[in-house]
Design a binder for this molecule. Structure first.
Ligand code: NAP
Length: 263
């Protein structure tokens, strides 16, 4: 039996795969075309022989149609004999929380706030490099979480039965506005980085040529949903799962800068 990682080339999946392999577990990392959320015939072959699976859903659990797809996926996993699913979910997203409710009793939810690594590996890397982070986030405060912490929690949940049935809500240890985050990145990277709050329609209009209307609709709606202050609090989810504190944004900035992410 092996542990399956879905989305193994992504920010969290890559780390989960590496950690499992380093610890000597039999691990199988998949993404398209081997496993494709849009091609159900790819699911059962990927799940066969897996005792547990780390599940990242693309583009987002809040996307239209996601609950039907997740429901069918859970059925397929059950039929394939997969004992535990560990689902990466989004904090404060009603659609994602609906999908969490489709899991089985012993499955695990890793419900994360905004990732630190959005600024160094994700969709905001280009913004950092251009010197301007433009989001419809006003001056809302976010407890940015580190994907290394998410990966550590996911690996623990995949490999230790004591985590069965848990919901871990993961944040970093500190609230920062996007202006604060830009300032800390600028300091660590030694470059000019500023934040500007965009009205949602302007954000949407700028996104359409980049990602198409469907994804632009989804991302704009998500920003409007989660940047209303609902996530402006920290949790002790990392400590609950791992018995140690969450990584601070300043440590992330120092590591990203020294790795050359912003060079
Ligand atoms: N970014 C955040 O701040 C944040 C916060 C909370 C939750 N989340 C959730 O995190 C999840 C994304 O996880 P991540 O950040 O680790 O990944 P990611 O870096 O966004 O990469 C996406 C992964 O999914 C794969 N993928 C894309 N489309 C796919 C499809 N149709 N079928 C199968 N695989 C597909 C990609 O590989 P290929 O392109 O090779 O297929 C890649 O491995 C999403 O559900 C998102 O809602 C994100």
């Amino acid at each position: 039996m092996s542990i399956l990682v879905i989305g193994a080339t992504g920010k969290t999946g890559r780390r989960v795969t590496q950690r499992l392999a380093d610890a000597g577990h039999a691990v199988r990392g998949v993404s398209r075309p081997v496993f494709d959320w849009e091609r159900r015939e790819t699911w059962a072959p990927a799940l066969t022989g897996a005792s547990a699976a780390y599940v990242t859903y693309s583009p987002d659990l809040a996307a239209p149609g996601a609950p039907e797809i997740v429901e069918a996926f859970v059925k397929t996993a059950t039929a394939a004999g997969v004992e535990r699913l560990v689902l990466l979910s989004g904090r404060g997203e009603a659609g994602a929380q609906r999908c969490e409710g489709l899991l089985r009793a012993g499955d695990v939810v890793v419900r994360a706030s905004w990732f630190n690594q959005n600024f160094s590996e994700g969709h905001l890397l280009g913004s950092v490099m251009s010197g301007l982070i433009a989001l419809p986030a006003g001056d809302v405060a976010e407890p940015f979480v580190d994907v290394d912490d998410i990966a550590d929690v996911a690996v623990a949940a995949l490999t230790d039965a004591r985590h069965a049935g848990r919901v871990y809500e993961l944040t970093g240890p500190r609230l920062l506005t996007f202006a604060d985050a830009a300032a800390e990145i600028a300091e660590a990277a030694d470059r000019d980085v500023a934040y500007v709050s965009l009205p949602a329609p302007d954000f949407h209009a700028a996104l359409v040529p980049e990602v198409g209307p469907e994804l632009a609709d989804l991302l704009t709606a998500l920003c409007e949903e989660v940047f209303d202050g609902r996530n402006a609090s920290v949790t002790d989810g990392v400590r609950q799962a791992l018995g140690r504190p969450a990584r601070d944004f300043a440590d992330f900035c120092a590591a990203a800068a020294s790795s050359g992410a912003w060079t």
